[in-house]
Ligand binder design. Structure first.
Ligand code: ADP
Length: 736
């Protein structure tokens, strides 16, 4: 939204009060005068209409004049982002204290009539007194009551209260001192709407605020819109800023004539207020307000200290329980047992009266809890619907009506999700409380005929309410503890899972080893009968071919071919198994070029692959490894290259060495059928063939090659373009 269109609304009522832009209210209280200058040249741009009353000069005369016209004395304007100290000035022989600050392009000056000048010694004594009293207090109650007494003694209000906010921003009067004729408000609660959010924000920023006279007439700033920026001026930092009409009405209804509020801030959050009421009008000058700010500051510090130390001792206790639970989880196989049936139980982590663990469809209940069926419904219909893994409430039945049935045991619920089928729940019983409100909180508003708007409640008569369905609250420490426990449990579960996977893996390796031994044994035992068959088939062919005729001979040839294939398979399986059993490879230097030549001679290229052209790079480096294995490695790769390019018109096989990632890498390149990209990894496994029966083979060759490369601590891979050819790369560990 364009900020310039934001103007203080003509009418503010309770409907828009939470959004009321009190920072641009455009009016001041009447116990001083607001004067605003253009910060660049110190010409007066705006002033309060009560200027003539205090200065004897009408506003219109001031507007456009330099500041010196009013002050007739040098004035030290504050720097860009820091406030200057208050300065004493004289206007028409009247003394004022000027508080100056910068707001956007303007210099804002609060002129407050100077009453009597404070004796600095008195001021110092007061501050030391505050310090001593606070340090002697032993409990929060003592501290608050001391703070109330001190404030009243120092500033003389009719009633001083220490007001504390709860989690929902309702306030409770936790300490009070007052005139005897006033009724006590100690222990009363006030609904959150009494101090709306933007007022709480202002308190957090400006800390001390006085309303000198509830029955004042607000003084308009003239002109309302700043001529410098063309927008309403932000006067949120001015101590003279006028008060929201709603708040004024609220105070009037309460019978208050003047007020002072000072923020109590703990760990950056508005903890409460020192709230002072006076029946008649009452003004505190700047120095007194500073003393009050100091007092509130000291009180804030003491409360922080107090809360921190009680939190520390409590968290040490829960830490040691959690450590014990972790130890139990390491000791027990069953996590649920570890958490709920050993010396220390998960219940003790949080202050509660019962708890339940849901672990893979089973409930484990401890202490006072709802029944299992009720818990099933609570889990499925409520807890699982929460978006966060931590959830807590002290008023479960308000959110999940079914819980009304068991509110006595479980008005308070704290749930922790470990994973989709694992939850831990803690319960707190209902604590029936009688809460007394300062006026019926349900009647926050009524319609005011005269003002024609909604108004704050008129009656502040005590209104007691019996609170049912509530438990004691959960605390921040509970959240931290639960989070830490979840980490612990996940860690234990993960470690367990890892161990289980490792054990499974070992079993698999063992099973594989057994299978290999079995196939080795089988192949070994098959060898003799197959060789026998081969022999007999040979005799049949040589000596008994005549009676068979051509048809019979064809079948005989086919049988011989199949026995040959069986033989090859048996040889390959035995070789593959043999390699698996070799623990250490005896290595020597091996001449690569000589070995390649030997292999190609054995292949009898001119007879078997007459059209193939072989190109071997010159001066190939030697290899470091087991001669027999390396011979097998190259033979298999070259045999494949020749085999799978044999259908090409002009097969070309290139063998060479290149540098890849700084490693000397051999390659065998062919222009054959290539490898399907989906099979690039698979072809290195046993019995994985990427081709049909068109090419002979057992599907074990590359598995043997891979084993050999691995035994030499190297790597092998293939790059290929189907239909265009393949390149097999491998490197071995170099000689050390
Ligand atoms: P095979 O006995 O089937 O050749 P290998 O283990 O040596 O068994 O090879 C496995 C599979 O890899 C082959 O069936 C084939 O599909 C593919 N292959 C191996 N080398 C090549 C190559 N140079 N060109 C194309 N495909 C190849």
């Amino acid at each position: 939204m364009d900020k310039s269109s934001l103007k203080y609304p003509v009418q503010v009522d309770l409907e828009n009060c939470a959004k009321e832009p009190i920072h641009i209210i455009g009016k001041s209280q009447a116990h001083g005068v607001l004067v605003v200058c253009d910060r660049t040249n110190l010409n007066i741009t705006q002033a309060g209409e009560n200027a003539s009353e205090y200065f004897g000069i009408p506003v219109d005369e001031l507007l456009g004049k330099p500041l010196s016209y009013l002050l007739k004395m040098p004035f030290l304007a504050p720097g860009f982002d820091e406030d200057s100290l208050p300065q004493e000035v004289e206007v028409n022989r009247k003394k004022f204290l000027v508080l100056a600050h910068i707001s956007e392009e303007s210099l804002v000056l609060d002129f407050e009539p100077l009453t009597q000048v404070q004796d600095p010694f008195f001021f110092q004594k007061q501050l030391t007194g505050i310090l001593n009293k606070f340090q002697a207090a032993r409990s929060l109650e003592e501290l608050s009551s001391e703070a109330a007494k001190l404030t009243r003694k120092m500033f003389g209000y009719d009633r001083v209260m220490i007001y504390r906010f709860d989690e929902e921003w309702n306030g409770e009067v936790i300490a009070e001192t007052k005139n005897d004729d006033l009724e006590s408000w100690l222990g009363l609660r006030y609904p959150a709407t009494d101090i709306p959010q933007q007022s709480r924000k202002m308190f957090l920023k400006h800390r001390v605020r006085i309303i000198a006279n509830v029955y004042y007439t607000p003084v308009p700033l003239k002109p309302e819109i700043s001529p410098v920026t063309g927008k309403p001026l932000d006067i949120s930092r001015s101590s003279l800023r006028a008060v929201s009409p709603i708040h004024i009405e609220y105070l009037k209804n309460m019978g208050v004539g003047a007020s002072l509020s000072a923020a109590i801030v703990v760990k950056g959050k508005l903890w409460g207020l020192i709230a002072c009421h006076h029946q008649a009008e009452k003004y505190l000058d700047f120095y007194q307000r500073e003393s009050c700010r100091f007092l509130a500051q000291m009180l804030s510090t003491e409360i922080t200290l107090h809360e921190t130390s009680s939190l520390l001792s409590h968290s040490e206790q829960t830490e040691s329980i959690r450590r014990q639970l972790v130890a139990q989880m390491k000791y027990h196989d069953n996590i649920v047992e570890a958490l709920s049936r050993d010396t220390v139980q998960f219940l003790e982590l949080l202050n509660c009266s019962g708890g339940a663990i849901f672990y893979i469809n089973e409930w484990e209940l401890n202490g006072q809890t709802p029944g299992k069926e009720q818990l099933d419904s609570l889990l499925n219909n409520f807890i699982k619907k929460q978006s966060k893994s931590l959830f807590w409430t002290r008023n479960l039945s308000a959110l999940f009506p079914e819980a009304e049935e068991y509110k006595k045991t479980a008005s308070g619920l704290f749930s922790l999700k470990i994973s989709d089928n694992k939850y831990i729940l803690w319960f707190k019983p209902e604590v029936v409380q009688v809460v007394t409100w300062g006026g019926n909180p349900q009647n926050k508003v009524f319609y005011n005929e005269e003002e024609q708007r909604l108004s704050p409640r008129k009656s502040f008569e005590k209104w007691s309410e019996k609170l049912t369905g509530f438990s004691e609250p959960w605390h921040e420490l509970d959240r931290n503890t639960a989070r830490a426990l979840r980490e612990n449990i996940s860690h234990v579960l993960l470690t367990r899972q890892r161990r289980e996977i490792e054990a499974l893996n070992e079993k698999l390796i063992e099973a594989n080893r057994e299978l290999e031994l079995f196939s080795y044994g089988l192949s070994h035992d098959l060898r003799a009968p197959v060789r026998g068959m081969e022999g007999f088939l040979k005799i049949l062919r040589e000596d008994f071919s005549n009676p068979l005729g051509s048809e019979g001979l064809k079948y005989l040839e086919m049988s011989a071919g199949l026995t040959q294939k069986m033989n090859d398979l048996i040889d390959d399986i035995l070789e593959y198994s043999r390699l698996g059993h070799i623990e250490r490879v005896e290595k020597h230097e091996v001449d690569t070029t000589a070995m390649l030549k030997e292999i190609f001679e054995l292949f009898n290229l001119s007879a078997n692959f007459p059209s193939a052209r072989i190109e071997i790079q010159e001066e190939l480096p030697p290899m470091w490894g087991n001669r027999r294995m390396l011979f097998q490695l190259w033979s298999n790769l070259l045999n494949n290259a020749l085999k799978y390019s044999s259908e090409k018109e002009a097969p070309v096989i290139e063998v060479g060495k290149t540098l890849i990632n700084g490693r000397s890498t051999f390659y065998v390149k062919d222009n054959g059928i290539g490898v399907d990209p989906a099979l690039r990894e698979k072809i290195f496994e046993t019995f994985q063939r990427g081709v049909g029966s068109k090419f002979k083979g057992t599907g074990i060759g590359l598995a043997i090659v891979k084993r050999i490369v691995e035994k030499h601590e190297g790597e092998i891979w293939v790059e290929s373009e189907p239909g265009e050819g393949s390149v097999f790369y491998f490197y071995l560990e170099p000689q050390k």
